[in-house]
Design a protein around this ligand. Structure first.
Ligand SMILES: Nc1nc2c([nH]c(=O)n2[C@H]2C[C@H](O)[C@@H](COP(=O)(O)OP(=O)(O)OP(=O)(O)O)O2)c(=O)[nH]1
Length: 127
């Protein structure tokens, strides 16, 4: 069974938020949407709220599911759900190495987690 992972799409103007993974973790140094693994007994929505509070210090409003993708990493498959998020509060960094607001041009310069590249292509069409 695929490991469920939730991630947030936070928009500011024409830019969206990415965070850099800590170097000591799998796929360290790659960029990703803020989020993380769904824990036992959690709904996807409660998981994304918890992760964004832990990672960015915000209490977000979860708007809708923007996209979903499955991706097979060497250690196993993940099922990644990307939610559109609204937040009055400005995110600040609690865990990740770096945070950056990018548009669809600027994101091409960054090395993303492979699962995210696929997801980004899919949602781009709908935004
Ligand atoms: N948070 C997040 N994780 C992603 C994205 N894309 C992607 O492939 N992943 C992968 C990276 C991890 O292997 C997995 C779970 O993310 P996580 O952030 O909770 O993992 P973690 O750092 O706690 O991992 P670990 O060290 O405990 O193994 O999903 C994304 O956009 N956001």
């Amino acid at each position: 069974m695929a490991l469920k992972v939730v991630a947030g799409f936070l928009k500011k103007g024409d830019r969206f938020l990415l965070v850099k993974r800590p170097v000591n973790k799998k796929r360290g140094g790659l960029w990703e949407f803020p989020g993380g693994k769904v824990e036992n007994g959690e709904t996807l929505e409660s998981a994304i709220k918890r992760e964004l509070e832990e990672e960015l210090g915000i209490k977000p409003k979860v708007k809708k599911l923007l996209g979903k993708t499955n991706y097979k990493y060497p250690e196993g498959e993940i099922e990644l759900f990307l939610f559109e998020i609204e937040s009055e509060e400005e995110p600040f960094l609690k865990e990740a190495l770096e945070l950056r607001w990018v548009n669809f041009e600027e994101v091409k310069e960054l090395e993303l987690c492979p699962a995210d590249k696929k997801l980004l292509e899919n949602i781009k069409r709908d935004l």
